[in-house]
Ligand binder design. Structure first.
Ligand code: HEM
Length: 251
């Protein structure tokens, strides 16, 4: 009888881990798809509009925006349960962050340092994952509400639905600033999250942590590069580089 409580608590913790990890994995994969879908603007307005219209005509976009928002919030709730909520713990976190700042770039714990917070790359990644997660919760929620309004109502553009002219004009009008911050945060958050997930669920036994770090960095720069190019095209700063691909296709 005495073991019933700890066991059910352990089961609950594993269940919570599965939810936060599963939703995180789903959102990371969704973001790769998102970068490719929004990246259709690289082929010009025709490519982007064709894709957006198709996703709306086949009723993919309408339920997707609601489902993604729900998963986004569930992930935030379950992943943040371990974030120190109490002031004392926050102070310790700040102390750790300051310690890391003054510890130099080397990843080797100092023998003279008796502090429980040994400067460590993994801890630094964890701290920045919490910070980027908070930024994403604010800007990501704003983005999803904006796009939901765009998809369901005729408030923006000629009618309900996403269209290139509306997207480009709002991004060029200044939305590129929060989008650039969101892009940077989400690429960092997703690639580090996937790395931590791989280490946590045992994939670290096959490739070493060093190899996993390399994969994480490769994904980070690849998707960040594509997302950044998409953003400057949406902001009308550079012309769509792949427009020639659709130039011969009849409308
Ligand atoms: C089904 C859900 C989503 C839809 C339909 C969607 C759609 C779009 C569209 C149409 C744009 C072009 C700019 C605009 O029209 O304002 C855009 C850009 C962007 N979205 Fe989303 N989005 C979704 C979810 C998300 C989520 C969950 C995030 C991250 C938290 C996100 C991050 C971004 C970023 C960073 C950009 C800037 C362009 C880039 O660099 O790729 N989106 N999105």
């Amino acid at each position: 009888m005495s073991t019933a409580r700890p066991l059910s608590n352990t089961r609950r913790q594993i269940f919570y881990e599965l939810i936060s990890g599963g939703t995180g994995l789903f959102l990371a994969v969704f973001m790769w798809g998102h970068v490719i879908l929004v990246g259709s603007i690289l082929t010009g307005e025709r490519g982007f509009d064709w894709l957006a219209t198709m996703l709306e005509d086949y009723y993919v976009a309408q339920p997707a925006i609601a489902a993604i928002f729900a998963i986004f919030i569930i992930h935030a709730i379950f992943a943040s349960r371990k974030v120190p909520a109490q002031l004392r713990e926050r102070r310790r976190m700040i102390g750790l962050a300051k310690g890391l700042k003054h510890s130099g770039s080397e990843n080797v714990p100092s023998r003279r340092d008796n502090s429980p917070f040994v400067p460590h790359l993994e801890s630094m990644l964890w701290i920045w994952q919490v910070r980027t997660g908070m930024v994403m919760l604010v800007i990501g929620s704003f983005h999803l509400i904006l796009l939901g309004t765009d998809i369901y109502t005729p408030l923006f553009g000629p009618g309900p639905g996403i269209d290139s002219a509306t997207s480009m004009s709002r991004v060029a009008a200044g939305l590129w600033v929060p989008y650039a911050i969101l892009l940077l945060c989400l690429e960092f958050h997703a690639s580090v999250g996937l790395y931590r997930l791989a280490v946590k669920w045992g994939a670290g036994k096959l490739p070493s942590r060093r190899v996993l770090h390399r994969i994480e960095q490769l994904l980070f720069w690849l998707v960040l590069g594509l997302g950044a190019l998409t953003l400057v095209v949406l902001a009308v700063l550079v012309p769509p580089p792949l427009e020639f691909l659709l130039s011969g296709v009849s409308p």
